[in-house]
Design a protein around this ligand. Structure first.
Ligand code: GLN
Length: 454
């Protein structure tokens, strides 16, 4: 009830786009009954959470913040949100995001942007994106935790810009079934929480092997919380020199150095490493992600889901497809569909898509080599800077926005787990995050290093 009240009072943040107080109160009652019955409570019994609008939730609007899915209420529940229900979590509603998770500021949402609860004077700031509503809601205490998804940084970047914790697990840890697809070889769900312990508990609840997702991994899910000992003595932390970008703000550099010193004081061994193909990650990502998106988004044709354009007399089915897609998709989504279609077209496939895939393999190999040298985790900044003002980045230059992902996309391209933890404030008093990148399937160790940094 306190959360429902807080959500109503914080309408100006535009974090929740569909509220489900009835579902919340019903599940809360069930949780109460479970606790009173004396039976052992599941890990998230009665914990109020928000669910990103990208997750299909049975009977509740699930629109990926897009006009094209207007009014879409799925008949089924995504595996991840079902796992959370099974663990006793209480859904308060659906959270704002960039349309189809494409963006870094939550400004491409059909609902309008979410707002960062952190402010400098009266300047309104973005909570980041695409999981901007999730970040804003957790940072403003509207819920105890939220789900996010991360294709190129959409959990870690908004977590960093709002001073919360967010982990993208290894590709295959969380089932993608029932999560509206953006770029299927990169998409992963993960928790966005107040701290590392909450992230460990919620991640464990979200993970499972799911035969309905052929890329879901059939490996045991450990008790992540039990792995939080804070003991990182002897762990090897790699500092990649390629992440020291030109023009990096001094404060980010300082925070990175402070984080390194903190891990060293806790007994870790710090080594310099090289990930030589880092500079090609962003261009490769912005070929691969739109390519997959153009294919995934072909299903929105006005026939099967959501919005359908009305037709003038004499117009046929092709007009219907065209008008529906022109009306239903926002500008950024249209741009991605066009870029994706172009790079997959017969004449350009080798020059762009295949080349990007080769670059992706090289990026993965860089990480493999670092891990082969004995590196346990890699420490980098999470974002190039703090939260920026809403409306400050021009739509005319999308690359400016794409640069937000410069430290995060490598992790998705390589399928690795990555976590962003709050690392301190900049001189305006805004939060900044540090990112730790771990070995595949070793989220427990990664969380433990993050715990030492927290
Ligand atoms: N900002 C990146 C993009 O627009 C990443 C988004 C994401 O991780 N979903 O593609």
């Amino acid at each position: 009830e306190a959360c429902i009240g807080a959500i109503d009072a914080a309408g100006a943040l535009n974090a929740f786009v569909h509220k489900t107080p009835d579902i919340a109160l019903e599940r809360a009652k069930a949780a109460d009954a479970r606790l009173k019955s004396g039976e052992e409570a599941p890990a998230m019994c009665g914990i109020p959470v928000g669910i990103k609008d990208l997750f299909c939730t049975q009977g509740v609007e699930s629109q990926a913040a897009s006009g094209i899915l207007e009014g879409f209420k799925p008949e089924y529940e995504s595996t991840v949100s079902q796992n959370l229900i099974d663990a006793g979590a209480v859904m308060l509603g659906k959270l704002n995001m960039d349309e189809f998770a494409m963006g870094s500021s939550n400004e491409t949402s059909v609902y309008g942007n979410a707002v960062n609860p952190w402010k400098v004077d009266d300047r309104q700031l973005t909570p980041g994106g695409s999981s901007g509503g999730s970040a804003s809601a957790v940072a403003a205490d509207l819920c105890l935790a939220a789900t996010g998804t991360d294709t190129g940084g959409s959990i870690r970047q908004p977590a960093a810009l709002t001073g919360i914790t967010g982990i993208k697990p290894t590709y295959g840890r969380c089932s993608r079934w029932g999560i509206i697809a953006f770029a299927s070889s990169l998409d992963q769900a993960g928790p966005m929480t107040k701290n590392v312990r909450d992230a460990a508990i919620m991640l464990e609840a979200m993970c499972s092997h799911d035969p309905k997702d052929s890329t879901s991994a059939d490996i045991p899910v450990p008790n992540f919380e039990a792995m939080l000992t804070g003991d990182i003595k002897g762990k090897v932390i790699g500092i990649p020199k390629e992440y020291r970008m030109d023009g990096m703000p001094e404060e980010v550099e300082k925070l990175w150095a402070d984080g390194t010193a903190m891990l060293k004081d806790a007994g870790a061994r710090i080594i310099d490493i090289s990930l030589p193909h880092t500079k090609y990650a962003l261009p490769a990502y912005y070929v691969i992600a739109p390519a997959e998106a153009s294919s995934n988004l072909a299903r929105y044709d006005g026939v099967r889901y959501g919005h359908r354009a009305s037709l003038a007399k004499g117009e046929g089915i092709v007009d219907m497809y065209e008008k529906t897609r022109a009306e239903g998709f926002g500008h950024e989504v249209q741009r991605r569909v066009m870029v994706g279609t172009y790079v997959l077209s017969a004449g350009f496939y080798d020059a762009y898509y295949n080349r990007a895939r080769r670059v992706r393999a090289l990026i993965k190999r860089d990480f493999d080599e670092a891990f082969d040298q004995g590196v346990d985790a890699i420490l980098t900044p999470a974002t190039p800077g703090p939260a920026f003002g809403l409306g400050e980045m021009s739509e005319a230059d999308p690359v400016e926005m794409y640069l937000q992902d410069v430290f995060t996309v490598t992790v998705n391209l390589a399928g690795l787990p990555g976590i962003s933890v709050p690392a301190g404030l900049d001189k305006q008093g805004l939060p900044l995050g540090l990112q730790l990148i771990g070995r595949p399937w070793e989220e427990g160790d990664l969380l433990n290093v993050a715990y030492a940094l927290e």
